[in-house]
Design a protein. Structure first.
Length: 141
């Protein structure tokens, strides 16, 4: 399976892959420096900070019930879920270097799917105003 994964990574060459070959991360040989950084990042202070971030969020019983109903509706009704996703999506356009529209998409995820990349790649290109795949700049419509 690792050989097949490596072949697909090389054939498709997605931008979001850090490793250029199929590899089981359990068997990575980390340097002492990397291990130390991982331990520092997993500190008790960081865990306490994340717990505090989430513990301050308190919803009333009515709000919890409403959120529960929304979640149930979204999961039970595919058509409603698609409509909500469409409402939440932000239209984007990819502009050529001469500032003409190259392609437009109904949302970031649709664009990511078209270019076979991660939506985070699109978000980063928008945020950094960087040239995307040598074509041009992506802007929210």
């Amino acid at each position: 399976m690792l050989l097949r994964e490596t072949k697909y990574i090389q054939d498709i060459s997605p931008e979001y892959n850090i490793l250029q070959q199929g590899n089981n991360p359990m068997y990575n040989n980390y340097t002492e420096e990397t291990i130390q950084k991982m331990k520092e990042n997993d500190s008790k202070e960081r865990k306490d900070f994340i717990i505090k971030l989430n513990s301050d969020k308190k919803f009333s019983a009515d709000r919890r019930q409403l959120l529960s109903k929304i979640e149930t509706l979204q999961n039970s009704n595919k058509e409603l879920k698609d409509k909500l996703n469409k409402l939440a999506s932000k239209p984007v356009s990819l502009y050529n270097k001469d500032n003409t529209i190259y392609l437009s998409f109904p949302g970031i995820r649709a664009m990511a799917k078209y270019f076979n990349c991660c939506n985070k790649t699109i978000n980063n290109a928008i945020k950094n105003q960087s040239i995307f795949r040598g074509i041009g700049i992506i802007k929210l419509s």
